[in-house]
Design a protein around this ligand. Structure first.
Ligand code: NAI
Ligand code: OAA
Length: 316
């Protein structure tokens, strides 16, 4: 069996770092794609990364390009194209610019890699995945977004820091949209199999939940020039791995929910089984009344963002 072909669109911070993690894990051959105005930058990053392979010990062909011909017939396409936010901005402020960018990328992906599984990373995430679905017309199982793996990783990191334990033993779930309304789920959080509420006082837990929610903004305020990329790229690489190795992982995915959770045809973070076919199953949990309320609130924020986007796109 040949290697998987993975295209990463957007050779900026998240895209190039994702190429790095994917190559280091030998997930396949990689095409790093950007716009013609980027000049030789994608080629330079790809060659530089390739030259790390004898040292790091991985076999992966990595090429940079500004032409979709190089990415033809990819198995997986990761879309990181778009602008990041700066201090003082919300992810939603990126809507108008990135909806156009993601729409144009999705058109090219549809034309050149019609069978690909598409993972959207560009923000505002939940609306950008919807845009990619609208434009590609691919089945929703093959178009989804990365958000929850990152948000959950932040939550797990803060819990491990607080408890002074290995991050590997912290297992957690986070649902809802990738914005201020995301819903960490203490009821689905455990450490070494022990429910979190048996280890941590409620006020400390709530402070960590809030820090996880604000995790993206915290990095933006530290970096000042853009947003996080190491952890977002690692989260995306984990999703690529679940697909190319058909791992059937249960992870939070910004997946298309229609009847599921009564969402009605929008993307929102839910636990899902990710494998070679993409989103193979959405796992439906019974939510307790408080979680349900927070989830519904998050879904309504996603719906109104998508409505704004659809209006903008209909005028474009
Ligand atoms: N879903 C998530 O959890 C996360 C999402 N993000 C989002 O990812 C996006 C990228 O962030 P960074 O890599 O930090 O930004 P960046 O500015 O470093 O890189 C973006 C790249 O996209 C390229 N680009 C712009 N238009 C393009 C097009 N039409 N086709 C191909 N490439 C195009 C730019 O030339 C640039 O190289 C942002 O929208 C950011 O908000 C970032 C972190 C986490
Ligand atoms: O905060 C941002 O703008 C980037 C992002 O989505 C994250 O790091 O969670």
């Amino acid at each position: 069996m040949g290697r998987a072909k993975i295209t990463i669109v957007g050779a900026g911070n998240v895209g190039a770092t994702c190429a790095h993690w994917c190559a280091a894990a030998e997930l396949g051959d990689i095409v790093l794609l950007d716009i013609p105005a980027a000049g030789d930058m994608p080629k330079g990053k790809a060659l530089d990364l390739m030259q790390s392979s004898p040292i790091m010990g991985f076999d992966s062909n990595i090429v940079g390009a500004t032409d979709y011909a190089a990415s033809a017939n990819s198995d997986v396409v990761v879309i990181t194209a778009g602008i990041p936010r700066k201090p003082g901005m919300s992810r939603d402020d990126l809507l108008a610019t990135n909806a156009k960018i993601v729409g144009s990328v999705a058109e090219q992906v549809k034309a050149t890699s019609p069978n690909a599984i598409v993972i959207v990373v560009s923000n505002p995430l939940d609306a950008m995945v919807q845009r990619a679905l609208q434009v590609t017309g691919f089945p929703p199982a093959r178009v989804f977004g990365q958000a929850g793996v990152l948000d959950t990783a932040r939550y797990r990191t803060f819990l491990a820091m607080e408890l002074g334990v290995s991050v590997e033993d912290v297992s957690a779930l986070l649902m809802g949209g990738h914005g201020d309304t995301m819903v960490p789920m203490p009821s689905c959080t455990s450490v070494g199999g022990i429910p979190i509420r048996r280890l941590l006082a409620e006020d400390k837990l709530q402070a960590i939940v809030q820090r996880a929610r604000d995790g993206g903004a915290e990095i933006v305020s530290l970096l000042k020039t853009g947003s996080a990329y190491y952890a977002p790229a690692a989260a995306t690489a984990q999703m690529v791995e679940a697909i190319v190795r058909d791992k059937k992982r249960i992870i939070p995915v910004a997946a298309y929910c229609d009847k599921e959770y009564g969402v009605g045809g929008y993307y929102v973070g839910v636990p899902a089984i990710l494998g070679a076919k993409g989103v193979e199953k959405i796992v439906e949990l019974e939510l307790d009344p408080e979680e349900r309320k927070a989830f519904d609130h998050s879904v309504s924020a996603v719906k109104s963002l998508v409505a704004t986007m659809n209006e903008l796109m209909s005028k474009a």
